[in-house]
Design a protein around this ligand. Structure first.
Ligand code: ZN
Length: 151
């Protein structure tokens, strides 16, 4: 990876404390990293973040964009396998943290926000114990789809 592609101000690039306060790494994927969001208002809420810094999807080459989309698809398929949601929501925002990342949110028809956008930064995020986060991560890792392709 070209070090010039990293942004020293971005927590996805520096892996600083802010990143660890917000998410826990599940697994490195091909060109990205799969994280569990510490807010579990929606069980299984995750993030797939590109391994280098770009602000916009259109700044990737066609090959890179396809590889990133494959990673997102594999992560989403894994979440579908583990949580059996009615739908997975995908969100790319990046107003305050522009580094390209996709929020993956398993949703159910019984959810309070079904048929609406999930709240990205809820006023009362649902936090779990470290033990419960690790159990969730182990369950996800045990069900990774196409794991052999992601190493
Ligand atoms: Zn970055």
């Amino acid at each position: 990876m070209n070090p010039d592609r990293y942004n020293r101000c971005c927590f996805y690039c520096t892996h600083n404390e802010t990143l660890h306060e917000r998410m826990i790494e599940i697994k490195p994927l091909h060109v990205s990293t799969f994280y569990l969001n510490r807010d579990q208002t929606h069980r299984g809420r995750s993030i797939v973040a590109l391994n280098w810094h770009v602000d916009e999807l259109f700044q990737l080459s066609n090959v890179e964009r396809n590889e990133f989309a494959d990673d997102v698809a594999h992560a989403a398929q894994t979440l579908a396998k583990v949580f059996s949601p009615d739908k997975i929501n995908y969100a790319i925002y990046g107003d305050s943290v522009s580094h390209l990342h996709v929020h993956l949110v398993p949703k159910y028809k019984t959810d309070f926000d079904w048929d609406d956008a999930f709240v990205n930064n809820p006023s009362e995020p649902k936090k779990l114990t470290e033990y419960d986060y690790q159990n969730l991560i182990q369950g996800i890792k045990a069900n990774l789809v196409y794991e052999e392709d992601l190493e």
